[in-house]
Design a protein. Structure first.
Length: 135
């Protein structure tokens, strides 16, 4: 409903990309965020998901995407957490230090029930409700 209802906005496509990422549908997630970034190259959520996809695939540009997402949405705890974690893994702990504590304090696992629910629906062969809402 979201993508069809607002075809010229990047947000619904970025949100769809995030849900597809969480379901492990990497190619579909990449297509959704690429389309969101075509509509708005600075869309923080799309940059965030593309950064996570690039990290997963070992592609260059992952940290640049996550940094740009963090700059575009500095109060988003999920983006901050992923950026801080990626910086730590890249050996940039001093840069990660100021980012991680606020992310962990602001949203300690708020997304886990949604993520587990989506995976459960997917594993059971039922379309995830979030996909139905976003698609």
């Amino acid at each position: 409903a979201g993508v069809a209802r607002w075809p010229d906005l990047p947000g619904p496509r970025a949100a769809l990309g995030l849900v597809l990422f969480m379901l492990g549908r990497w190619d579909d997630a990449r297509a959704a965020v690429d389309e969101a970034l075509r509509l708005d190259a600075s869309c923080p959520r799309a940059l965030h998901v593309r950064g996570r996809l690039r990290l997963r695939a070992g592609e260059a540009g992952a940290l640049a995407d996550l940094r740009a997402a963090g700059a575009g949405a500095p109060s988003d705890p999920w983006i901050a957490g992923d950026l801080g974690g990626a910086l730590q893994e890249a050996g940039l702990a001093p840069e990660a230090g100021p980012i991680l504590p606020p992310a962990r304090q602001t949203a300690p696992g708020w997304w886990r029930p949604f993520y587990r629910g989506a995976l459960h629906e997917h594993a059971a062969g039922r379309p995830a409700p979030a996909l139905a809402l976003l698609g």
